[in-house]
Design a protein around this ligand. Structure first.
Ligand code: ASP
Length: 462
């Protein structure tokens, strides 16, 4: 018999059907055994009557067994109808149960919110944690957000393009994760902190509107809203101003989150300068919601603009605040080119803030070699260092690179806002523990001597 999804059983009243799924709960009442079965589409109650040929098997079955069940879909008598529950008006009268796979007892209760369970236990059995309702819902919200962003961007003529994972270091202000090269002993790839340079080169390549649901990897201190790995909706556009990119992103976010049933506090999104934000909120990420807004799950977006381009390093030199590939605001281009008023130069950076998180950030880029050169000169790079670091970008800028700009939206931080979760690990399928250990598997691990030799590496055992 063909499988019927549990969510569709209501359309099969009076018929004999076959369902497949997990035993959510089993209640043995002596003569009769009641079950709740669960599949991806929902839950249904089943009953094994004393005379059913399935009664013996039913007695042996435990929670989380995987089973195929045949039975008749019956309407429940009026007094037993549970109107507030999915399939609350029907019941499956079970005739046969085939155990597809038994299960040992769960190491923790997955029938309720798992957030208070020890982090390491949850990580070890993440696939069970993910079975819990809250985690299922979070993953569905994440999938829907990404799907809707994709659909929006395709409708606006964007092309989705992947960029390399094994790459050269791109400065995003964090440490790199590095990968040794067997073919080039002693040399290393870096995992991308973002697709920044490749997406700009795609503008040189004439794609004009690029996006990618991109993985980014940064070796930074782990915090509630930060992991080593995250995903970003990464966007780059040619022939655009700050206004164009901000308007496009604002429209995308509005379309996506409203379609997902959320309310936005203020439209168009308010704009505030970095200086005002620091004066008013003491931070460049802030929460504009009232207590009432918070209860209603309202999303309060704002743009922060006019960030300083440079900040002092501990050594007394200059470094970029956000992105070395940015353009200064037009009024400050001359200062940059002359290397004057460094502390006053503002960048075209725009950050999107939502409910206290930085939910995205981007800028208009330098597309002429002399502008990027001027940025690196301020940061104290010599001609040779400049060539070594960004020579490939300077070359591309001499070969018909159009003016361009873009943004990256952090998927996890957006999903945290949509779900009300306060930890990044609640919105990623397989997050790392705070100690940097992978979920379920136990990386990082030592390499064998053979692997080390092949890679030309030796471990300094202190
Ligand atoms: N590359 C930047 C980031 O990952 C975003 C951008 O400027 O497009 O934060």
């Amino acid at each position: 018999m063909e499988r019927t999804l549990i969510g569709k059983l209501g359309e099969h009243v009076g018929e004999t059907v076959s369902i497949s799924g997990w035993v959510d709960v089993r209640r043995d009442q002596g003569k009769m055994v009641f079950f709740d079965f669960r599949d991806r589409s929902g839950k249904v109650q089943g009953v094994v009557l004393p005379a059913s040929p399935a009664i013996e098997t039913a007695k042996e079955i435990r929670n989380e067994y995987v089973a195929r069940v045949a039975g008749i879909v019956n309407k429940r008598p009026e007094k037993n109808v549970q109107a507030d529950r999915q399939n609350g008006d029907i019941e499956l009268e079970i005739q046969a149960i085939e155990v597809l796979n038994p299960s040992e007892a769960m190491p923790f209760d997955i029938s309720s919110d798992t957030s208070s369970i020890d982090e390491n236990v949850r990580a070890e059995y993440r696939y069970l944690d993910l079975r819990s309702k809250r985690m299922q819902d979070n993953m569905h919200v994440r999938s829907e957000f990404i799907r809707r962003c994709r659909e929006y961007l395709f409708a606006q003529d964007f092309t989705e393009i992947e960029t390399p994972i094994l790459t050269e270091s791109t400065p995003e202000g964090s440490r790199d994760f590095v990968v040794p090269s067997r073919l080039n002993p002693g040399k290393f790839y870096a995992l991308p902190q973002s697709p920044q340079q490749y997406k700009q080169l795609l503008m040189t390549a004439g794609f004009e509107r690029y996006f990618q649901i991109a993985r980014a990897v940064r070796d930074e201190d782990l915090r509630a809203d930060r992991g080593f790995e995250h995903t970003q909706v990464d966007i780059e556009m040619s022939f655009v101003t700050m206004e164009d990119v901000m308007a496009a992103v604002e429209d995308m976010i509005t379309t996506v989150v409203e379609a997902m049933g959320h309310t936005i506090k203020q439209k168009p999104f308010p704009r505030i300068s970095y200086k005002e934000a620091m004066e008013k909120y003491g931070a460049d990420k802030f929460d504009m919601r009232t207590e009432e807004d918070k209860e209603k799950g309202i999303l309060a977006y704002a743009w922060v603009v006019n960030f300083p381009f440079f900040e002092k390093t501990d050594e007394g030199g200059w470094t970029f605040t956000h992105n070395p590939f940015s353009m200064p605001i037009p009024e400050h281009l001359e200062w940059l080119m002359k290397g004057e008023h460094i502390d006053e130069i503002l960048t075209t950076q725009y950050d999107l803030v939502c409910n206290g998180f930085e939910s995205g950030g981007g800028s208009i880029r330098a597309h002429k070699p002399e502008i990027l050169e001027a940025v690196y000169k301020v940061m104290g790079f010599t001609g040779e260092e400049l060539e070594e670091r960004v020579g490939h970008m300077l070359r591309a800028f001499r070969l018909g690179t159009p003016p361009h700009g873009g943004i990256a939206l952090g998927v996890e931080r957006n999903i945290m806002n949509l779900t009300g979760e306060t930890y990044l690990r609640e919105v990623q399928a397989f997050p790392m523990t705070r100690g940097g250990k992978t979920a379920v598997m136990s990386a990082p691990k030592p390499l064998t001597d053979k692997q080390l030799k092949e890679l030309g590496l030796s471990i300094d055992k202190k």
